[in-house]
Design a protein around this ligand. Structure first.
Ligand code: AMP
Length: 189
């Protein structure tokens, strides 16, 4: 099962991806988490990424494409994976398509979690209180939403054209959304 999870920041991608990965026994590949770990460990990549992340902007394509290219080759990712937060630009989507074509394992589904902006801001401010992520402040949240709308939302059409887009309503309780996602994934091996 090779899945991409898309959706604006605060849509619940990470939480839902984790539930789906546990259920199917496949790894969750979150570029955001990999980057946060790199920042924490003070690696060269982390130093490069930090200023973009703190500003709510996207880390350069070359950096994140490299991360994913290496990660999907690992043994645990051979039965499949959920890509959480990647791709976020058309260039990343094209790079992903090319790397998967090379190993003859195309994506099976691109799932878009749809949530209204007003609810997203509320959810992210609430998460800020609970988790204290440095990019969950109001001005950075606004910038992340703007980045999403200008650079990432065109991917919805991209995957529609590829014929693998599934739209799932991301509003409602966590369990309701999980139920809709599982319904959408039924029948995909
Ligand atoms: P996330 O945890 O997915 O919300 O990602 C947190 C931050 O990491 C984003 O605001 C970006 O700065 C950076 N990031 C994560 N994934 C990507 C990606 N695919 N492309 C560019 N930047 C990314």
């Amino acid at each position: 099962m090779r899945i991409v999870f898309m959706g604006p920041p605060g849509a619940g991608k990470g939480t839902q991806a984790k539930i789906i990965c546990d259920k199917y026994g496949i790894p969750q590949i979150s570029t955001g988490e990999i980057l946060r770990a790199a920042v924490k460990n003070g690696t060269e990549m982390g130093k490069k990424a930090k200023e973009f992340m703190d500003a709510g902007k996207l880390v350069p394509d070359s950096v994140v494409i490299g991360i994913v290219k290496d990660r999907i080759k690992e043994k645990d990712a051979q039965p499949g994976y959920v890509l959480d937060g990647f791709p976020r630009t058309l260039e990343q989507a094209d790079a992903l398509k090319a790397m998967l074509a090379e190993i003859k394992t195309p994506l099976q589904i691109a799932l878009n979690l749809d949530v209204r902006d007003t609810l997203l801001v509320e959810r992210l401010l609430d998460r800020a209180k609970k988790e204290g992520r440095p990019d969950d402040t109001e001005p950075v949240i606004k910038q992340r939403l703007e980045t999403y709308h200008s650079q990432t939302s065109p991917l919805i059409n991209y995957y529609k054209k590829e014929g693998i887009l599934v739209e799932v309503a991301g509003e409602g309780t966590l369990e309701e959304v999980t139920g809709r996602i599982l319904g959408a994934l039924k029948g995909i091996g």
